[in-house]
Design a protein around this ligand. Structure first.
Ligand SMILES: NC(=O)c1ccc[n+]([C@@H]2O[C@H](COP(=O)([O-])OP(=O)(O)OC[C@H]3O[C@@H](n4cnc5c(N)ncnc54)[C@H](O)[C@@H]3O)[C@@H](O)[C@H]2O)c1
Length: 420
């Protein structure tokens, strides 16, 4: 099938390249010239394992290309919207990029003959497709959804750092379509996937996505809060989580206590649902608490350091800046609050991350950026482990220096775990 994708970020580029790998002919559209130029040159603008190799393979094969020209979607049968939906100041999702994308697609479709399917892959507030995307597409294209315009919601569940594997081997595919023809078109894109397919309405599909993220975020905040209590009682929450995870009803995943979740999805998707519930007159106490616990965890880590030393004028090494290993993404990362807290306390901050330093430098100029973990910890009075990159597991890095471990990475001589 001929497919176009609007947005070449973590989701759009992975979607485009993986759809080419599944045998489709793909064009990715973005509005940022540098991104499109990099992709055309075979360089992914983001770090994501396996992505560069697949990108080069399909550029060379000629079944994948990138462009700045949205008119190229006219030559395709299906267009995905995979643009960003960041948080606004009030926590609600900023849907203006989705609206703009729908307007642009509608404009091109107004000059194209034949049926065309538009698929919302961006994470949006439930009812957005029904209340914003479809009216915008219909207005701009002069078409009617369900007649000459197919519309579907197909949320993405990939995890950064595992994005290609996750895309190619999903637990499930959720398709919320307005009409059967659109549902069938989206389903046929993934015909080779051996996983359950859930066919439902657009608003339900949107809710499945934000509900899944809200549940996972709540699970993490639960174990973080439990860890804070365990620490007060001299109990290792990691062993507790192991015991809990053996219960099939609970499961072992997302039970790792630490200095908080980050990334472009969990914080914003929970906040978006909280804001939408509030707008409709409901106060979602549990989800608000999940966010509150998460905001406290970086402070918990800093307070452990404060308990051990006055860091003013002291050299503090921060290992890990990305919100999780195997990505360069620092959006909403715990490291942002931790480094700010250290700088506010007057510490001399040295940082190291294998992939995320360029992105972090754009936020904070003040720290010294080091080229290796050993350079980062040299002469440090304290070391904070903020991301669980494998290379931080080497105990010889740490000597006798105080280590505050936010991710359960090492056990050294002079060691404080954040919640164990
Ligand atoms: N990052 C993840 O792990 C992840 C996982 C699942 C779902 N999502 C959701 O997917 C969506 C995209 O997330 P992301 O992390 O890829 O965002 P991103 O910020 O990395 O990428 C968005 C891209 O869209 C481009 N863009 C903006 N307006 C455009 C337009 N009109 N036409 C073409 N391109 C346009 C931007 O230039 C950017 O390259 C969000 O809604 C997010 O919540 C993200």
């Amino acid at each position: 099938m001929k497919v176009s994708v609007l947005g070449t970020g973590y989701v759009g580029l992975v979607t485009g390249v993986c759809l080419a790998e599944l045998g489709h002919d793909v064009v990715c559209v973005d509005v940022v010239p540098e991104k499109v130029a990099a992709i055309k040159a075979g360089r992914s603008p983001i770090f994501e394992p396996q992505l560069d190799g697949l990108l080069v393979k399909h550029l060379e094969r000629g079944d994948f290309r990138a462009t700045l020209d949205i008119k190229e979607i006219a030559g395709t049968d299906v267009t995905f919207i995979a643009v960003g939906t960041p948080s606004k100041d009030d926590g609600s999702l900023d849907l203006r990029y989705v609206e703009k994308a729908a307007e642009g697609i509608g404009g091109v479709l107004s000059r194209k003959d034949g049926y065309h399917v538009v698929v919302v892959k961006s994470t949006v507030t439930p009812t957005t497709t029904e209340c914003l995307v479809i009216p915008t597409l219909e207005r701009a294209s002069g078409r009617r959804a369900g007649r000459d315009l197919g519309v579907a919601v197909n949320p993405e569940f990939l995890k950064e750092g595992m994005a290609v594997d996750d895309f190619m081997n999903p637990d499930r595919v959720v398709i919320g379509a307005v009409d059967e023809r659109a549902a069938e078109a989206v389903r046929s894109l993934y015909a080779s996937f051996d996983c359950p397919f859930l066919l439902t309405t657009p608003s339900t599909a949107e809710m499945v996505k934000v509900a899944s993220n809200s549940f996972l975020a709540t699970k993490i905040s639960f174990v973080n809060e439990l860890g804070n209590i365990c620490k007060l009682m001299g109990i290792d929450v990691r062993d507790v989580a192991k015991g809990m995870g053996m219960d099939k009803r609970i499961g072992p995943h997302f039970l790792r206590a630490g200095c908080g979740f980050g990334g472009s999805c969990f914080p914003k998707d929970v906040a978006g649902l909280v804001a939408e519930a509030g707008r409709r007159g409901y106060d979602p106490v549990l989800m608000r608490a999940a966010l509150e616990v998460n905001e406290r965890q970086p402070e918990v880590m800093l307070s452990l350091l404060d308990k051990n030393m006055d860091v003013r004028g002291k050299r503090v090494a921060v290992l890990g800046l990305a919100f999780k290993p195997m990505t360069d993404d620092i959006r909403e990362a715990s490291s942002l609050r931790i480094v700010k807290g250290l700088l506010d306390r007057g510490a001399e901050v040295r940082c190291y991350d294998p992939k995320a330093m360029d992105n972090f430098r754009r936020e904070f100029d003040a720290p010294t950026y080091c080229s290796s973990p050993s350079e980062c910890v040299r002469g440090a009075d304290a070391i904070l482990i903020v991301t669980e990159w494998r290379e931080f597991e080497d105990p010889s890095l740490y000597g006798n220096v105080l280590v505050v471990d936010g991710r359960g990475v090492v056990r050294t001589k002079n060691y404080e775990g954040i919640c164990w």
